[in-house]
Design a protein around this ligand. Structure first.
Ligand code: NDP
Length: 460
């Protein structure tokens, strides 16, 4: 007789929770997963997937413009926001169904209600009032957009990315607060769809933490397109009058818009989860504190994905899920590997990045050789678009190992994924040089940057 109802109870049906539940079931465990809204989590329902669909939608504006140089006459394009939202909703619904079906097919029991800890091994299911017990519990409850604007009054009038996916109509004027992934991506999306966009960021340059050249390239490109970037400002007050919003900045300016979107980070979903009843420790931002194996301070309770506030990316949550299952259910203790995680900003054009920035490489004590290439993409020789791509490779001057690669330009996300494989294998600049180029492509720049642009040594 089993001492517990389940070997594993997973709280949260997002990318991490779903993967962990399926793999654990495949390893022979008796598994249940609770989800209070919809399967797929942030990524599928209100994140990566709908965002990328919106990015595609918003890019058509430039595609229509570019077509002229290739001989096409395009009648004045007209955009219908409601068609985009409806089609997106349909696709998200389909994906949600697939996620649910795959969980079910794997033999995992689905519990469609909120789950909270009653004690370290007991879960209370809120809707039904049932309690169940589990030998292991995995917290995979993700995160949510932060609304912590400090002392800005009227912030409740602002939307976040959650609402941006479901607006009744496309706002004519949008103000986006923040300078990270979401702010930049949505500023580009709204602009591409035809809105007048102002991005308001609290420091002096967007995308803090990214390589300086990437930050500069994107700032320039967005500004050239007509996206207004207002730096060193935060909102102090938001007033709503009729359909209009008036934002007072800390410098006393009054900015007007039809929608204000907060993209000021995401916070872990641990509120009301009963973690205190299970004795699970959380950190300053409410994140579940875990070790390299995603184990909390309680031996049988683990946490993965955004709720741990390590790297907030879907593939990282999935990687953590797999490492967790190997460790707990397959007898192969596997720490998570957060090295060389590639990521992309789906701006227009995109940024793709993996490894160290120039500043981080120097800070880590590397003497570096830097290879760069700035060029006009072939397509734009006929389209006439004044857009430049920028490739940058940071190489350890002593070992020749590629420490970081940063790409600004169309398809940067696609390229950087493959560069990440080479870097994970320890590729050196000589390996890139020894690879024959594929012509004509943008990616060939990666293997043809022969002479270094400059070298730098770390400050002592
Ligand atoms: P980020 O952490 O990327 O950026 C948050 C931004 O908000 C920063 O510019 C930050 O400024 C600013 N900020 C924070 N607090 C305040 C405040 N109180 N007032 C004004 N500005 C503030 O978070 P996002 O919300 O953009 O995205 C969350 C996470 O989701 C990302 O870190 C990323 O991991 C993931 N994501 C990934 C995507 C992708 O892979 N393409 C797309 C979307 C999200 P400062 O720089 O000063 O800290």
């Amino acid at each position: 007789m089993n001492a517990y109802d389940y070997d594993l109870f997973v709280i949260g049906g997002g990318s991490g929770g779903v993967r962990a539940s399926r793999m654990a079931a495949a390893a022979g465990a008796r598994v249940a997963i609770a989800e209070e809204h919809a399967f797929g989590g942030t990524c599928v329902i209100r994140g990566c997937i709908p965002k990328k669909l919106f990015v595609y939608a918003s890019h058509y504006m430039e595609d229509f413009e570019d077509a002229g140089g290739f001989g096409w006459t395009v009648p004045r394009p007209k955009f219908d926001w409601n068609v985009l939202v409806a089609n997106k909703n349909k696709e998200i619904g389909r994906l949600e169904g697939l996620y649910r079906e795959n969980v079910s097919k794997a033999g995992v029991e689905i519990v469609m209600e909120r789950a909270e800890f009653a004690d370290p091994h007991t879960i209370l299911l809120k809707k039904s009032g049932r309690t169940v017990t589990a030998k292991h519990i995995l917290i995979a409850t993700g995160g949510r957009p932060s609304r912590n604007t400090g002392d800005c009054s009227g912030a409740e009038h602002a939307i976040t990315s959650n609402e941006a996916f479901y607006l009744d109509k496309l706002p004519r004027r949008v103000m986006v607060a923040g300078g990270g992934y979401i702010a930049v991506e949505f500023a580009n999306i709204f602009h591409g769809l035809g809105a007048e966009v102002t991005l308001v960021y609290r420091r002096d340059k967007i995308l803090r933490g990214f390589d300086e050249d990437m930050r500069d390239c994107l700032t320039e490109a967005m500004t050239k397109k007509g996206i207004r970037i207002v730096t060193n400002r935060v909102f102090k007050r938001l007033d709503k009058r009729g359909d209009e919003l008036f934002a007072l900045t800390d410098h006393g300016e009054m900015l007007e818009a039809d929608a204000v979107m907060l993209a000021i980070g995401r916070v872990p979903n641990t509120d009301g989860l009963g973690l205190d009843k299970a004795g699970v420790e959380i950190g300053e931002r409410g994140e579940v504190k875990v070790d390299d194996f995603s184990k909390s301070n309680v031996d049988h309770i683990y946490a993965i994905g955004d709720v741990t506030d390590r790297i907030q990316l879907t593939p990282v949550a999935i990687h953590e899920a797999m490492a967790f299952v190997k460790t707990v259910f397959e007898g192969k203790p596997t720490p998570v590997d957060h090295r060389l995680v590639p990521s992309a900003v789906f701006s227009q054009p995109e940024i793709g990045t993996v490894g160290l920035t120039e500043a981080a490489a120097l800070a880590a004590g590397h003497s570096i050789d830097v290879y760069t290439s700035r060029f006009r993409p072939l397509k734009h020789t006929l389209s006439g678009r004044q857009e430049r791509s920028f490739f940058k490779m940071i190489v350890d001057a002593v070992t020749g190992q590629v420490l970081g690669c940063h790409i600004f330009g169309a398809d940067a996300a696609e390229m950087i994924q493959v560069v990440a494989v080479a870097m994970k294998m320890g590729a050196t600049k000589a390996d890139f040089d020894a690879t024959v180029a594929l012509h004509p492509s943008a990616a060939e720049e990666l293997v043809t940057m022969r002479s270094k642009s400059y070298s730098k040594a770390p400050a002592h």
